[in-house]
Design a protein around this ligand. Structure first.
Ligand code: HPA
Length: 274
């Protein structure tokens, strides 16, 4: 919202708990907390887009637009490490992401919401760890998404009367091109249900910092080769239709998250170091 009074400032030092929960907005969700305070957060990995910080039902919530506020950064150029590190730095210990996805599973239809329980990484050129040196660190990724956030996302989507899939395997491709029909056939054989370009390494990096992470995906199109061409127009149009539902589910989830975490995500580094 241009012209609204809004504080802007630069976060230069560690500031405890500017926010406890973050939402990473994908395509169509470039501004969620309209009129909120915006902060610039520096990290050893560079600068993420400005982060908005506001209040949702008494909870301090940060909003980070993954592709920038004007959607100018393509999926393979997103600075995932800066984004996740910046959220961690301002005190966030739970992240809820949103992602547009193509449906590989033909039971899924455009407009459906999906809360994946597992993922497959087919990215090629992304830095996907904070741990490049010693101590050598291998995080467990047997349950890549936070079970506590997933449960609430599903519950709130069902309460909102939206068609939601409560289990799905998300495959992440490098992009920025869409897939070929043969690639989609391979992903189907591998058991993948939906395909997107931004879920990895986001989920990995959050776990490496012991930050809870889950994603609310929406089906914007059938994947390549299933029903004709895939176009960005189709993806954007679908995101516009589904955004009000997504916002509602996100807000209700945020308000109902227990203050104390009771999932295993907070212990991800325990016994992970060599
Ligand atoms: N493929 C990859 N990423 C996507 C798609 C797709 O079909 N739709 C939305 N994001």
């Amino acid at each position: 919202m241009e012209g609204s009074p809004r504080l802007r400032r630069r976060v230069t030092m560690e500031e405890d708990k500017l926010a406890e929960i973050a939402i990473i907005g994908g395509t169509g969700l470039e501004d969620l907390l309209e009129g909120a305070e915006r902060v610039t957060v520096g990290t050893p990995y560079g600068f993420p887009p400005q982060i908005s910080i506001g209040d949702v039902g008494g909870r301090r919530v940060a909003f980070l637009p993954r592709h920038g506020r004007r959607h100018t950064t393509p999926p393979h150029m997103v600075n995932y490490r800066a984004n996740i590190y910046a959220l961690h730095k301002i005190g966030v210990d739970r992240i809820i992401a949103t992602n547009a996805v193509g449906a590989i599973n033909t039971g899924f239809k455009p407009g459906d919401l999906v809360v994946p329980h597992d993922l497959v990484d087919f990215t090629k050129g992304r830095v996907s760890t904070f741990y490049d040196g010693s101590p050598v660190t291998h995080i467990d990724f047997s349950e890549p998404y936070c079970p506590e956030i997933r449960r609430l996302l599903i519950e709130k989507a069902e309460e909102a009367g939206v068609r939601v899939w409560n289990r799905a395997v998300y495959v992440c491709t490098e992009g920025p091109r869409y897939e070929t029909p043969a690639e989609i056939r391979i992903f189907k054989m591998l058991g993948c249900d939906v395909v997107g370009m931004t879920g990895v390494p986001e989920a990995v990096l959050a776990r490496e910092l012991e930050v809870c992470y889950a994603t609310l995906c929406f089906v914007s199109n059938m994947a390549a080769g299933i029903s004709g061409r895939v176009t960005s127009k189709e993806v954007i149009d679908a995101s516009k239709r589904v955004t009000p539902k997504i916002k509602k589910v996100l807000m209700e989830t945020v308000k109902n998250l227990p203050r104390k975490r009771s999932c295993p995500c907070a212990q991800a580094l325990k016994e992970a170091r060599v």
